[in-house]
Design a protein around this ligand. Structure first.
Ligand code: NOJ
Length: 559
């Protein structure tokens, strides 16, 4: 397997709005990020994935960009960006930018022009269609509620928006769109940034003709079959690779909703003609259902293992994996598959970290995950800021599909705002995030869960993550070894073996709050395994172990 720096890296995602506020306006900013780079250096990560910092009206918190080459004024200035970049580089930390080019904001000058008239030079930058039988061109629903088509009175046509109506989809069929996007990407690369995380990049090519999709509970058709991994997506990404990516030394990850392993083998193929890796969603979607993600379902461990193992084995040697439990679109994994009660919070956070970080692929940590931050205790609707939760609540309750009480429970459990509450730096007011009023509530548990307390305590979640990250640097087996799942049927234990030449690495994780007995596989019995990391400070490895609640360990068998 070819060695590459991004295969050995650990990435840390910053959601700038909620990371650190330097000027007291309640909103995180670039100077705030710069002031905390030392913390990330201390943690030991290699790359920062910076969620969008571009000019945006914030309909979708920065994922609706009105100027790709300007910084959002709330976050600071381009000079502040440059300073932050330089400082990060001086500390050996790379910066991966978010690239949101499936759509722009409706306030982007391209769209402002496009909607002016049918013969405007920018008209074809977006996807405009005539209505059909007095309604939208097809039955597709948008991700944030309602139809995916918005009628524009001025020119009496509809434009496509797979997300909110303030996020019109770019028309990638148009050569000039691709040219402009590639130019903009080169501009950022020339500035010295180190990579791109590509927002919903699997959706950029739509099936021509825009056929109706299968109708779901919301009454709208699913655009997925006609947009995800569409007919020209690989051609477009290969062109992007030729025109931009191959000219620089970058880390690239495509956010690919609807991606299968077969498709991922193309996007992230080792031959390197498209991207380095993709974010897949299969493990995150295991608790989805008829009403999308809105329910209280628990993911079954056997199913989680089956999905993770499929990706581990089927990409091995062919394409590269990304590894994540958390990001700005997911509730906190600790409150989902771990246990966020005071008794088990720390051990289960460490267990989840071990389970993920010993896998094959590039691990991503979402801000606060390294502290064991939890879901937020929402008490009322007005505490939500996210367009997705707010719209879903309206749509499902108004149509009588889900009762208001139930829907409230669902958005509390699954809503994206759980991830977006401010980073908990210390136990001072507003968790040290701001001296002003934060744009979204600080989790009241910041007095117990914060960076300052954990950095000084050797058995903290933070120090445990430091060790996990350091191990990846020390042991090539963690980066390059293959993967074999043990006990596929167990609903209690996730155990797997990595093999690299003569070396073996056994990872064992108890996902329950009960004691569970684990027996080593026969070929490892009697061999002198060395425990590399354990969340109960276990030092002696044995062939049969009674695992405590949420206990985990990684055991190394050298040659
Ligand atoms: C995926 C992003 O991660 C999410 O936050 C955003 O709402 C959508 N794409 C639309 O850009």
């Amino acid at each position: 397997m070819q060695e590459q720096w991004w295969k050995k890296s650990v990435v840390y995602q910053i959601y700038p709005r909620s990371f650190c506020d330097s000027n007291g306006d309640g909103i995180g900013d670039l100077n705030g990020i710069e002031s905390k780079l030392w913390y990330l250096k201390e943690l030991g990560i290699d790359v920062i994935w910076l969620s969008p910092v571009y000019q945006s009206p914030n309909d979708d918190m920065g994922y609706d960009i009105s100027d790709y080459q300007a910084v959002m004024s709330e976050f600071g200035t381009m000079e502040a960006f440059d300073r932050m970049l330089e400082k990060a580089h001086s500390l050996g930390i790379k910066i991966m930018m978010d690239l949101v080019v499936n759509h722009t904001s409706d306030e982007h000058p391209w769209f402002v022009e496009s909607r002016r008239s049918k013969d405007n030079p920018y008209r074809d930058f977006y996807i405009w269609r005539d209505g059909k039988s007095g309604g939208a061109p097809n039955n597709w629903g948008a991700c944030f509620g309602g139809s995916a088509w918005e009628y524009d009175e001025k020119t009496e046509q509809y434009y496509l928006h797979l997300f909110s109506k303030k996020q019109p989809d770019l028309n990638w069929e148009n050569d000039s769109v691709r040219k402009k996007v590639f130019e903009m990407m080169r501009w950022w690369c020339d500035k010295g940034i180190d990579g791109f995380r590509m927002d919903v990049i699997s959706l950029i090519s739509k099936v021509p003709g825009f056929p109706d999709g299968p109708v779901g509970k919301s009454g709208y058709g699913d655009f997925g079959p006609y947009c995800a991994n569409g007919p020209r997506v690989h051609e477009f990404l290969q062109e992007m690779n030729r025109e931009v990516l191959s000219r620089y030394d970058l880390i690239t990850v495509g956010e690919c909703s609807g991606v299968t392993v077969e498709e991922a083998q193309k996007y992230a193929s080792s031959s390197g003609h498209e991207l380095n890796m993709v974010f897949q969603f299969e493990h995150m979607d295991l608790d989805g259902g008829e009403t999308f993600k809105w329910n209280m379902k628990k993911i079954k461990l056997s199913q989680l293992k089956a999905v993770m193992s499929k990706w581990q084995t089927q990409l091995y040697g062919k394409a590269w994996n990304s590894l994540y439990w958390c990001n700005h679109d997911q509730p906190r994994m600790l409150s989902r598959m771990g246990n966020d009660s005071p008794e088990y919070r720390e051990v289960s956070a460490k267990m989840l970290g071990t389970c993920l970080h010993m896998l094959q692929g590039t691990p991503y940590i979402f801000q606060g995950e390294e502290l064991g931050m939890t879901n937020y205790p929402f008490a009322s609707l007005d505490e939500f800021r996210d367009i997705e939760s707010i719209h879903a609540y309206q749509e499902f309750t108004e149509k009588g599909i889900i009762s208001p009480d139930e829907m409230f429970q669902y958005i509390c459990y699954k809503g994206r705002d759980n991830a977006r509450t401010p980073m908990q730096w210390d136990d001072s007011g507003q968790a040290g995030f701001t001296t002003g009023t934060p744009w979204i509530g600080v989790n009241p548990n910041y007095k117990e869960i914060n960076a300052k307390e954990q950095m000084g305590r050797p058995d903290s979640v933070f120090c445990y993550y430091q060790k996990l990250i350091a191990l990846r640097r020390q042991y090539d087996i963690i980066v390059y070894g293959d993967y074999e799942l043990l006990l596929p049927e167990s609903e209690e234990i996730y155990a797997y073996i990595r093999t690299y030449g003569e070396e073996k690495l056994l990872t064992v994780c108890n996902f329950t709050d009960r004691e569970v007995v684990f027996e080593s596989p026969d070929d490892l019995k009697g061999r002198n395994g060395r425990i590399l990391i354990s969340n109960y400070n276990r030092e002696d490895n044995q062939d049969t172990i009674t695992l405590a609640a949420y206990e985990c360990m990684a055991v190394y068998y050298g040659n």
